[in-house]
Design a binder for this molecule. Structure first.
Ligand SMILES: C[S@@+](CC[C@H](N)C(=O)[O-])C[C@H]1O[C@@H](n2cnc3c(N)ncnc32)[C@H](O)[C@@H]1O
Length: 243
């Protein structure tokens, strides 16, 4: 399904960086605690990392986590490499920040490449985060995320999930509709019309419940919703524990 890239409105990354980082804090602390007795470095993957503002800041803040960024296409990757390459010598990107991989969530081959990279290093991900991605995708596309992150955890002794364990998480921040499909505010409706649907009518705000239903089909449960400034919400899903 072809559709255009929507970039964030200039300035929003700097505005939401603080609140999003605070929402992420307990998840990262939990991850560090889970891995504290292990030799393994926890890894967090960000989807739609372009232009790398958030992940660069998180990598500096949490040096004990390895941060894997990704972007939808090679043009975005070139932009990011330019950003990383133009940092001043006394403020180089830290070594726990990986260069971006190409990951279009609709692309089977991009997910296969990610799996090969992770398998090659015998690692699973401790967490996956995405900011302002879901409303920039057509309706069914976010399901690809949960489908590819999950393995068939109920019927196999082999854990095929790309995620580490039941304590790992998938988090998404952004604007959402209410669960009944109505808008939370006139501002959200206007934002969707002027900035999202004007680029492509297949894109638009979704309800959290509609994404949770997709997640549930692939072995995840909704864990929490954190209210954020401007009516946005930070949502966390976890792998369902199979007993
Ligand atoms: C509004 S921007 C958000 C960028 C950044 N996460 C932020 O918060 O500033 C939406 C992003 O979603 C990305 N995107 C849309 N569809 C995608 C897909 N199928 N796979 C990966 N990224 C996608 C776009 O390329 C764009 O970078």
């Amino acid at each position: 399904m072809a559709y255009p890239n929507i970039n964030s409105i200039p300035g929003t990354q700097q505005r939401n960086l603080g609140p999003v980082t605070e929402a992420l804090l307990p998840l990262v602390e939990e991850l560090l605690a889970v891995y504290s007795d292990s030799e393994v470095t926890p890894r967090v993957l960000e989807l739609a990392s372009h232009p790398y503002t958030h992940i660069l800041s998180w990598a500096k803040r949490w040096p004990s986590v390895e941060w894997w960024g990704s972007a939808r296409d090679t043009e975005q990757i070139r932009d990011i490499e330019a950003v990383l390459g133009s940092t001043p010598t006394d403020d180089r990107p830290p070594s726990n920040l990986r260069h971006p991989i190409r990951l279009d969530i609709q692309s089977e081959s991009d997910w296969t490449n990610l799996r090969a990279l992770l398998d090659g290093q015998s690692i699973q991900l401790g967490g996956v985060i995405m900011l302002n991605l879901i409303h920039c995708c057509p309706l069914g596309v976010p399901e690809e995320i949960f489908k590819h992150l999950s393995g068939d955890i109920s019927s196999s002794d082999v854990d095929e999930s790309l995620l580490h364990s039941s304590s790992s998480w998938v988090a998404a921040y952004g604007p959402w509709k209410n669960d009944d499909g109505t808008y939370k505010s006139d501002a959200d409706k206007a934002f969707e019309e002027s900035h999202i649907r004007s680029s492509d009518p297949s894109l638009g705000l979704r309800s959290i419940q509609s994404i949770t239903s997709m997640a549930e089909r692939h072995g995840f449960i909704e864990d929490k919703r954190v209210k954020m400034p401007a009516g946005n919400v930070f949502v966390v899903w976890r792998r369902r524990v199979v007993v």
